[in-house]
Design a protein around this ligand. Structure first.
Ligand code: SAM
Length: 410
């Protein structure tokens, strides 16, 4: 399915209207198929401005926040860029459409492998993906013109600052229980950095030697769900008595809003699904109505002692219809009666062969046809449908009556 238009709409609504001006970022977002970076079955949500679960307890970031980070990184065509936290690979793919080369590190082997496969399929050849701890950077490929960290660190990892070119930009969410702030550090000298605060954000934690420990309350390696629905209780760091990790940071409380967001998203999806089901049911009903008219379900035959009536049960508003009445042979005059409800559903345009007489009695109209003992007599009533909706009418032959339903589509 071609999602170009939906993607353009997403860029318009969630990126440009919210203040992103960098044409290279906007162009990359129009180009990279985000639906290819979400798990099968989630494609329909790929263009909502929301983080989506990608497995391993991780998420693909919200399009707006990715656009903001890339804009703030001031990426240029010749740049060499490091992304820490490859995740689905979406942000690295965007960077690869703007900069010369992307180095991307992911600590989860499975995610890194999937991202690499996606880049290969899409023909994005200027991205190197590695499994590892991005809090230590990628020393062999350094220095970088820009480093983008897609997970929240307790403090800025020293290695990342060291691996910036002079003039290089590091975009990183930093903060603990009191909330994360998106920061930009620009290297202005050997040990000098200009620091700017770009606003409050909420990212999954950066787990590593120079970051959070793996027992961060937002973190789990096995539950494939959104952050906040996971890790019910913070557990003690496995290396609390002196493991291999150099730094153990105080575990912050789960940031507010994470759980709310995931619940809101799930409810939103549920409402969206229900709306789709209702819409599809209506569509199928309408199609059945259209197909049914003239089709096998559109008519029904009423059997009475004096004959039968072939009657339209599905029809369209303001459409011509026939009702065929067959009388059994009889040496006496035959009578067909209809009621006022019938005349609300249909107007009688003609009777073929015509009736001998017509009478009105007890709110019903009677059509009298001459006797014919030689064989069955067939009369065709030419009708025109009247009011749309479900209708019921009373039809009689001789002394017997039957109630008949019909549905006239608007
Ligand atoms: N940029 C990604 C995308 O577009 O899909 C989203 C990244 S997701 C919000 C954060 C990612 O950072 C997760 O996949 C997580 O496994 C990864 N991560 C966390 N700590 C890391 C570390 N020390 N080194 C590398 N990746 C890490």
């Amino acid at each position: 399915m071609d999602m170009t238009r939906i993607r353009d709409r997403m860029v318009e609504h969630h990126v440009t209207r919210r203040g992103i001006r960098d044409q290279s970022v906007i162009g990359a977002m129009r180009m990279v198929p985000r639906e290819k970076f979400v798990p099968p079955g989630s494609e329909e949500f790929a263009y909502e401005d929301a983080p989506l679960s990608i497995g391993e307890g991780q998420t693909i970031s919200q399009p707006f926040i990715v656009a903001l980070m890339l804009e703030k990184a001031n990426l240029n065509v010749g740049d060499k860029v490091l992304e820490v936290g490859t995740g689905s690979g979406y942000a690295s793919a965007l960077i690869s459409r703007i900069a010369r080369h992307v180095y991307s590190i992911e600590r989860h082997e499975k995610l890194a492998f999937q991202a690499r496969e996606r880049f290969e399929k899409l023909g994005y050849r200027n991205i190197d993906v590695r499994v590892g701890d991005g809090s230590k950077g990628w020393a062999k490929a350094a220095p970088f013109d820009a480093i983008i960290v897609s997970a929240g660190a307790p403090e800025v990892p020293t290695a990342l600052k060291e691996q910036l070119h002079l003039g290089g930009r590091l975009i990183i969410p930093v903060g603990g229980g009191e909330g994360q702030r998106l920061k930009r550090f620009t290297r202005t000298g050997a040990a000098a950095f200009e620091e700017e605060d770009l606003g409050g954000v909420l990212f999954v934690p950066l787990i590593g030697e120079d970051a959070w420990t793996a027992s961060h309350p937002m973190y789990t390696a096995t539950t494939p769900s959104l952050p906040g629905t996971i890790a019910p209780k913070p557990s003690s760091p496995p290396n609390a008595q002196g493991g291999s990790m150099e730094k153990i940071h105080k575990l912050p409380a789960l940031p507010e809003g994470v759980l709310d967001h995931s619940e809101f998203q799930q409810r939103f999806w549920a409402v969206q699904r229900i709306s789709w089901i209702v819409f599809m049911l209506l569509l199928v009903t309408c199609l059945l109505g259209l197909l049914g008219r003239g089709g096998p379900f559109s008519r029904q035959t009423l059997l009475l002692p004096d004959g039968s009536v072939d009657f339209p049960v599905i029809s369209r508003w303001n459409a011509p219809e026939d009702m065929t009445v067959t009388f059994t042979p009889s040496s006496e005059d035959r009578v067909l009666t209809i009621d006022a409800a019938f005349l609300q559903s249909f107007s009688v345009q003609g009777v073929d062969p015509p009736q001998k007489a017509t009478f009105a009695r007890d709110g019903r109209i009677g059509y009298v046809f001459p006797a014919d003992a030689s064989g069955p007599t067939q009369i065709v009533f030419r009708l025109q449908t009247q009011l749309p909706g479900p209708r019921r009418a009373l039809i009689g032959m001789g002394g017997e009556t039957r109630t008949q339903s019909t549905f006239i589509f608007p």
